[in-house]
Write a protein of this length. Structure first.
Lengths: 276, 406
């Protein structure tokens, strides 16, 4: 969620158990402004919090002109001092999936993963143990990248793609209506589209190129990985991801207000198919 | 309300506005039921709706009205039990012998009201303001099965729990079982806030004590000691649930001989590996005795503020039941649970395997199939028989003749 109105917006996700203490709110409000001006971001988002065993990480993301490209991620343990996270490379993300268990709260902690591999051919097979060390900082960075890719969502038409392929906020976005907001097809994954390219030309014929440049939630597998609830009558819509427990998206129908925040342990819910 | 303030300091809990609505709903609950003590137990997220759970205690001598979920028989028994032992030590009730009308497959009797897993009664509602629904009492079988399950709540109490192994009951029962498990695992209080009743202590030495009273002389433990990593200053004040699904061990051998202890699934984390009787840690055991989950400490102690530690409060986050929190400050403490109602597991959940296919009847000569004899063979056999019979007859005739000769 946007850092400028963090103080107001954090209340919208309070019913999902996401709450910041007054001290944290005060600290974030000042430090995020400093972060924004120091790094010359056009916007800073409060991304969420990853709970560790000894300590928690607060995550913020800064964006330049383009909303989708060139996001920079920062983490902090005290809401005041922010450190830049290395961008997650493909290899980092693959290796960090091997790390199991909770985050500890110490960025220099190393997870160890050892696996036995069979080396050699035919009869000369020998088992070789290979140990991979995964630094917690890298794992943090890749988990954030994973969450962004899997569940970061925006309402349809909130962002548009310009002819120059920049993704910018849509100035004429006026929010979804109540009936629109109850449909999953009106929410889109805010990532580089993957499923869109697989659609046939016939399916793509009706899409608006400026608006429908993202994947919709309707095609998510498994079905039912989102829990949609209306609160305050129909004044507030909350979408909770069951795949990444702790990811909450809110939208107030009829207004431009929407946002999302993650507060969880940073572990993907791989048991989802059993739990539905 | 005050407790809400403390939780907000801790960065856990719900909106203030929501808390006020819940508080009003709780007030409504008190107005309509004869309750002695009510508190907000927590909130459980479901896929369609959420549950707000209130933990209540009925006033003494007040019979719970409209026990719609109990069978008539049990209801009567409870009444007789209550009439006989009202106000006396509950230990006698605790030793409930197996009821005579039990059916052959051994069922572990559930614990009566106001004891063990059913010590408190729980009400749930989907939205503050909607009517509170009383949850049925929990049976040991439900607890045992709930341990093997990991399902999302839907938010509808009458929804069926589609699972393997099949769960006895609907979502209300599953919710109640999870509440019992979470309470047993995560309700903690500062050391010394509760103490055992001394009079009872003398009477029952060997038996597990299940009663405690508030310690009036409790002074409060300094915050600094409460957040010590050793956790020795926090104690559980809800009885541990044994693998059997009860807090007090019930001997299945009393009535029928067949031992079904092996059915008991995996031991709970603190469970010492003892064959029988099962024993859990006694009440008011310090948290330092809690077993680790893999290599993770079961609790994370924290101060609410790092800048002004002298006015901070101590917070405990449970790592075993993510979403369970407790705080203490001076003489006050409170527990709350806000989450999905699942236990943390380092390994991924895998449903228990389907039992092995039953073995076939051991094949022996009695049931081995043989080929039917062909007509030629039958004819041959018949001829052979006839010959034998003729030979026999001849012999017999000869014998008879001999007999006649004699």
């Amino acid at each position: 969620m946007e850092s400028e109105s963090l103080y107001l917006n954090i209340d919208y996700v309070g019913s999902s158990g996401i709450i910041l203490s007054p001290e944290q709110k005060a600290a974030l409000q000042t430090s995020l402004v400093i972060l924004q001006s120091e790094n010359k971001f056009s916007k800073v988002y409060f991304w969420g919090k990853i709970l560790g065993i000894k300590d928690d990480y607060f995550i913020a993301q800064g964006v330049g002109k383009d909303e989708l490209e060139g996001r920079k991620t920062f983490y902090s343990k005290d809401c005041i001092h922010w450190g830049l996270l290395p961008p997650a490379t493909r290899q980092m993300r693959d290796t960090s999936k091997l790390a199991k268990g909770r985050f500890t709260g110490d960025p220099s902690f190393e997870f160890e993963h050892s696996e036995t591999k069979k080396v050699g051919e035919g009869e000369e097979t020998a088992e070789e143990e290979e140990t991979i060390n995964i630094k917690e900082e890298d794992r943090l960075s890749s988990v954030i990248a994973d969450i962004d890719e899997d569940v970061r969502i925006v309402p349809r038409a909130a962002f548009i793609k310009t002819p120059l392929a920049h993704v910018i906020p849509n100035r004429s976005f006026e929010g979804l209506t109540v009936s629109e907001s109850a449909k999953l097809c009106n929410y889109m994954h805010f990532r580089h589209p993957k499923l869109l390219l697989e659609k046939s030309l016939l399916q793509r014929a009706n899409l608006d190129k400026a608006i429908d440049f993202l994947d919709t939630l309707e095609e998510d597998i498994p079905k039912g990985s989102w829990s949609m609830q209306f609160e305050r009558g129909s004044g507030l819509l909350t979408l909770r991801s069951l795949l990444w427990q702790g990811y909450v998206f809110y939208h107030i129908p009829g207004t431009r207000k929407f946002g999302s925040v993650y507060m969880g342990t940073g572990e993907k819910n791989l048991d989802l198919p059993f739990m539905l | 309300m005050e407790l809400c303030f403390f939780f907000e300091q801790a960065g856990i809990g719900l909106n203030r506005e929501e808390i006020i609505r819940i508080w009003l709903a709780l007030k409504n609950l008190v107005d309509t039921h004869p309750l002695q003590h009510v508190r907000l137990w927590g909130k459980i997220f479901g896929t369609d709706q959420n549950y707000y759970v209130a933990e209540v205690e009925y006033r003494d001598n007040e019979e719970e009205e409209g026990e719609e979920d109990e069978e008539a028989e049990e209801h009567q028994e409870e009444e007789t039990e209550k009439e006989g032992e009202e106000g006396e030590e509950e230990e006698q009730e605790e030793d409930d012998t197996p009821k005579p009308d039990f059916k052959p497959p051994p069922t572990i009797p559930k614990e009566g009201p106001k004891q063990g897993t059913n010590k408190k009664t729980y009400f749930v509602c989907n939205d503050p303001g909607k009517p509170w629904v009383k949850l049925p009492t929990v049976t040991p079988a439900q607890i045992q099965l709930a341990r093997q399950l990991k399902k999302f709540f839907t938010g509808r109490l009458d929804a069926p729990v589609v699972s393997y192994p099949p769960f006895p009951g609907n979502e209300a029962n599953y919710l109640r079982a999870q509440i019992a498990r979470i309470s047993a695992g995560t309700h903690i209080s500062p050391l010394g806030f509760y103490q055992f009743d001394e009079e009872e202590e003398e009477e029952e030495d060997a038996e597990a004590r299940d009663n405690f009273v508030e310690n009036l002389d409790f002074e409060g433990i300094p915050i600094r000691d409460l957040v010590e990593p050793s956790l020795a200053n926090w104690v559980h004040h809800v009885q541990h649930i044994l693998p059997q699904g009860r807090c007090v061990w019930w001997n299945p051998v009393q009535k029928n001989e067949d031992d079904y202890e092996d059915e008991d699934e995996e031991e709970e984390r603190e469970e010492p590996d003892e064959p029988e009787p099962e024993q859990g840690p006694p009440l008011l055991t310090p948290l330092s005795e809690d077993a680790e989950i893999g290599n993770i400490a079961p609790w994370t102690p924290k101060l609410s503020s790092s800048l002004v530690p002298q006015y901070a409060i101590a917070i405990m986050h449970s790592n075993l039941w993510p979403g369970a929190h407790a705080f203490a400050s001076g003489k006050k403490f409170e527990n709350v649970y806000i989450g999905y109602g699942h236990k943390y597991n380092q390994e991924n959940y895998s449903p228990p395997a389907v039992p092995a296919v039953q073995e076939e009847f051991p094949s022996g000569p009695e049931i081995t199939e043989a080929e039917d004899p062909t007509p030629e063979e039958e004819a041959a056999l018949r001829a052979a028989k006839q010959e034998a019979a003729e030979a026999q007859e001849e012999v017999e005739e000869a014998e008879e003749e001999e007999d006649e000769d004699d």
